[in-house]
Design a protein around this ligand. Structure first.
Ligand code: SF4
Ligand code: SF4
Length: 361
């Protein structure tokens, strides 16, 4: 009887697998996230409902204030679970930060805009309604705090990662597998031969190095032109004068300058140069925004106040007075200015990343 093909041993589904361990935090995060979102939405709706009941019947206000306290605890648990779960599940997704910030803003503003839209009692006139304002406001503030913490950590990690890696390795065509040379110092904003991908055996015979030029300016270099490598391999003698004057730098007449520039964009050497540009640009952007905050804090606060007052006035007029005017306190305005500057900073960083690593300017 012929031996049959080897049969693969079937896995027992009840048997413990090591990769199950990786599934456990994921499952916890998934349940935390969806449970948190559900709890948060339920508690916000229930709080608003309880506020309307207290608003309609002042005799129930004290009982309702106690119930709202329970809802507030639910909202806080919901906020923590939503933020922690979404951060774990969707950390790489840029939309995660935006959705958390958006949700936090809605909750934060709900304590001032939503109750006025529903003709609630003014603060201080009904303990039940006041408890609702406090609960929504507190949950909104905590949610915003977490959402901004995520935004700051996200910016810091992305800047750090970009400074180390630059463009994605897959987008590189020239010198992708080349490792850094230990004999080269990584000179900040240096020329190609001052960067770690300049290989010693090529450099010694490289006309670009001897002429103290830069390959991406000459549009020819050791990663893209065979003749540069061949000169190093063949060890051909070249006159010192030719090397020093740059006359020995090979010229490729088959490609246009635009095509050669495109070639540089996918080269590991040029990518290293771009990383330096990024490291230079980042502190400038951050210092720029610190100055914007210091110098323009007052006009920005005035602009935000005017914007909110005009919007609120327009809403009051449109609803024939049903929606009351929203008053913005100083603390709210200062917070809004800080939030606006932080958001602008986040998007400026994205634009800088796009310019340096995608457009390769
Ligand atoms: S072209 Fe290459 S080998 Fe020549 S100096 Fe520049 S990095 Fe070094
Ligand atoms: S592709 Fe550009 S950066 Fe890379 S070696 Fe050639 S000239 Fe230099």
């Amino acid at each position: 009887m012929k031996p049959g093909p080897p049969t693969s041993k079937k896995k027992d589904p009840t048997e413990f697998q090591p990769d199950m361990l990786g599934e456990i935090p994921y499952a916890i995060a998934k349940y935390a996230f969806w449970g948190g979102v559900g709890t948060l939405i339920f508690c916000v709706i229930a709080t608003i409902f309880l506020m309307t009941v207290a608003n309609g019947d002042i005799n129930k206000a004290t009982t309702i204030a106690n119930s709202v306290e329970l809802m507030m605890k639910g909202m806080l648990i919901g906020v923590v679970c939503t933020v922690a779960g979404s951060a774990w599940l969707f950390w790489e997704e840029e939309i995660m930060v935006a959705v958390n910030l958006g949700g936090a803003f809605v909750l934060f503003l709900s304590s001032s805009i939503l109750p006025t839209a529903m003709q609630m009692a003014e603060p201080g006139k009904n303990v039940g309604v006041d408890a609702g304002y406090n609960a929504l406001g507190l949950a909104g503030k905590i949610y915003l705090g977490f959402a901004f913490a995520i935004l700051i950590v996200d910016i810091a990690l992305r800047v750090n990662q970009r400074s180390k890696v630059g463009a994605k390795k897959d987008s590189l065509k020239y010198g992708k597998g080349v490792t850094e040379e230990s004999d080269r110092k990584n000179v900040f904003m240096g020329k190609c031969w001052q960067l770690p991908y300049c290989r010693k055996f090529v450099r010694e015979k490289c006309p670009i190095y001897h002429a103290q030029r830069t390959c991406w300016r000459e549009l020819v270099g050791c990663m893209c032109e065979e003749s540069v490598i061949r000169a190093a391999m063949e060890n051909k003698p070249v006159s010192k004068e030719a090397l020093m004057s740059g006359a020995a730098i090979p010229r490729n007449t088959k490609l246009t300058d635009a095509a050669k520039r495109e070639r540089c964009k996918t080269c590991v050497i040029y990518n290293e140069h771009q990383k330096h540009k990024y490291k230079l640009a980042m502190p400038m952007v951050i210092i720029g925004y610190v100055l914007v905050y210091i110098l323009l804090r007052v006009p920005l606060a005035t602009g935000i106040n005017n914007f909110i007052s005009k919007g609120s006035q327009a809403l009051t007029n449109a609803s024939a007075g049903a929606v009351k005017n929203v008053e913005t306190g100083d603390a709210f305005t200062q917070f809004a200015v800080g939030a606006a500057v932080l958001m602008m900073l986040a998007y400026t960083i994205k634009i800088v990343e796009y310019a340096i690593f995608k457009l390769k300017i």
